[in-house]
Design a protein around this ligand. Structure first.
Ligand code: ASP
Length: 341
């Protein structure tokens, strides 16, 4: 999977050496400073986020922080064990996200935020970098693990994105596990809805989840799952189920986003980052920095962030918020977790 992308620079260098290339490549020799560094390089493994927002030490208790880190570790270990056994990137993404969806801590599955009507409406998507196949669901209300339904849409339908009642009917046809809306009730999210109603605002702390995995055969995959934004109205759908905005994967780059979805849709964030590495000489870290810290930051502060990996196992995280729940795990099986900037 990594061959074509790896070969392009080599071929380009050979052509240049033979005098066939442009004499003066547009970005060299005085390329501007391009900040952005990989957080880690791993032969195979995965990187996850649990949302970005106003996540500060003062707003966190030691117990809550320990809970977040423990759940992130458990989730990453589940994905890691699939990869360690030679399993595929898609399966690792699903296994990791399932645990995050089953936790009340994250705004996905069980811990989903409330809509303005006091209900829950969930979105998820997944994409394979190997095949370019993708599946997504939006506005589902009874699905326990929306990421699994997204995978089914990809594998067992000719469509990419199913929404609302249609998605629920498709789930019923395939015997997908459903739950009552009460399953998604958590006191913490209810309080957030009350605060948002009082302020007539959207939420400040989000905790959508996303995972990017690189398996041992070099295949990348990405997935994202969310309850959306607190107090959302009128069937609002964010970026998380939109391929190219919330989730994207190709043979050399995979991204999952979190943040104010409207901005991530308008800027086609996940695809743009990958495209920049494909069509220019930006590294993944530089492409992520250019999108999150420059392009989005110029539009508004505190919008969110991304996690990403390239085909060489470079792990990149970038966010313009005070914090982003995040972590990665490589072949040694030691999960790293981080929360604050
Ligand atoms: N991106 C999600 C949405 O706009 C929210 C989040 O990431 O927390 O629906």
């Amino acid at each position: 999977m990594r061959t074509l992308r790896t070969l392009i620079p080599v071929l380009a260098a050979a052509l240049m050496a033979a005098g066939c290339g442009p004499a003066d490549p547009p970005d060299a020799p005085d390329a501007p400073d391009r900040p952005g560094e990989a957080d880690a390089v791993i032969e195979w493994g995965l990187v996850m986020h649990g949302g970005a927002g106003t996540i500060t030490r003062d707003a966190m208790t030691p117990e809550l922080e320990a809970d977040y880190r423990a759940t992130m570790t458990e989730a990453m270990e589940a994905g890691h064990s699939i990869l360690a056994d030679g399993g595929g990137a898609l399966d690792a993404v699903i296994a990791t996200i399932r645990i995050l969806e089953d936790s009340p801590l994250f705004n996905a599955g069980r811990g989903a935020v409330f809509t303005a009507e006091g209900t829950h409406s969930l979105d998820a998507s997944i994409m394979s970098g190997a095949t370019g196949n993708a599946g997504a669901v939006a506005g589902v209300t009874t699905i326990r693990n929306p990421i699994e339904l997204a995978r089914l849409v990809m594998d067992s339908s000719v469509h990419v994105l199913l929404a609302g009642d249609g998605a629920e009917a498709f789930a019923a046809l395939h015997g997908v596990e459903t739950v009552d809306q009460e399953y998604f009730y958590t006191e913490r999210r209810w309080r957030q809805l009350e605060e948002a109603r009082a302020e007539e605002s959207a939420e400040a702390e989000r905790s959508t989840v996303g995972v990017v995995a690189l398996d041992r055969s070099g295949v990348l995959a990405a997935g994202t799952s969310t309850g959306g934004t607190t107090n959302k109205k009128w069937g609002r759908i964010g970026d998380s189920p939109i391929i190219g905005a919330g989730t994207y994967a190709d043979e050399g780059c995979a991204v999952s986003s979190t943040g104010t979805g409207e901005y991530f849709i308008r800027n086609v964030v996940a695809y743009d980052i990958c495209a920049r590495t494909r069509y220019t000489d930006y590294t993944l870290a530089q492409a992520a920095h250019a999108m999150i810290m420059e392009q989005l930051e110029a539009q508004a502060p505190d919008l969110g962030g991304i996690i990403a990996m390239d085909g060489e196992g470079r792990v990149v995280t970038s966010f313009n918020t005070p914090g982003m729940y995040r972590g990665w795990i490589g072949p040694d099986g030691r999960a790293e977790t981080a929360i604050y900037r």
